[in-house]
Ligand binder design. Sequence first.
Ligand code: TXA
Ligand code: MG
Length: 315
Amino acid sequence: MAKIGKDIQYAVEALQKGKLVAIPTETVYGLAANALSEEAILKIYKTKNRPKFDPLIAHIGTLSQIEKLTTTVPPLAKKLISDFWPGPLTLLLEKTEKIPDLLTSGLPQVAIRMPDHDITRTLLTQLPFPLAAPSANPFGYISPTTAQHVQDQLGDKIDYILDGGTTSIGLESTIVSVEGDKIMVHRLGGLSIEKLQSYGEVEMSLNVSGNPRTPGQLKSHYAPQKKLIIGDIDTLLAEHQSMKIGVLSFTKSYPLAESNYILSKKGDLDESARNLFHALRVMDKMDLDLIITEVFPNRELGVAINDRLRRASGR
Ligand code: TXA
Ligand code: MG
């Protein structure tokens, strides 16, 4: 099992030796390694069982660290950086030659973000290199939002998990690129589309599979092992009476279900986002035949919640 702790110095030393360390962010926990070392990056792919065509995000702690990664930051990207970093926004920017092709899966752009989490930003400022960090889960499974989630699935493969508590947003970052005055969204996430809209025209670039810009946007992803279906919960419960059903609902309770996880009794989408992955993990571990959920309001973080639920159901 991995050690779980708050020892930043220990994490610094492990990362400098080329080891992997799980790190907290405001979105989800990441599985981090030196983003400029091919050998360290390889360990990430191997540990996650992730195909090498799915590139990794480079994490930085201060703005000056961006210089190692890219030489071109277009004006619109600069604006987004100044208003949303640190935060749940990842930008695709032209990569420099310092960056191993393995990090970007051979793509010309590198994904960069500055996470909004004190422990991890302190860690990043003490390192001479940025950190490559995908979500700290086996490829295709639900992202971790607590140190224990990481322990449950990768604990026997890594030696240290830096504990930063439960992540405050609970959904992965929103990934965008800019083209002139346009913002292209490649992955919906913890920064809502509404917040981006005042910066320019926002265009979706979210092909569900075979999208060469963001290969991670596979149709089935972020998925529990159990079958999950989305629809009108009462109707679905009636249709599956003989089964042990877990219901994942927004605000309402469903006493007829074997188990019911309500994401936000008061109807708060941020709270729902925060609880979503934990709830899916809890239900995935229970003795259930099926998980039923519903379509969330299609605004703010509800848009990304619906995206994750659709992918979780896509098999
Ligand atoms: O919130 C997050 O973004 C978390 C935390 C740990 O920072 N990280 C995360 O990483 O979700 P990951 O690897 O699970 O998802 C990153 C996504 C992948 O779908 C990948 O395809 C896309 O980012 N991506 C990474 N680099 C890219 C690049 N150069 N071009 C296009 N897409 C890229
Ligand atoms: Mg992931």
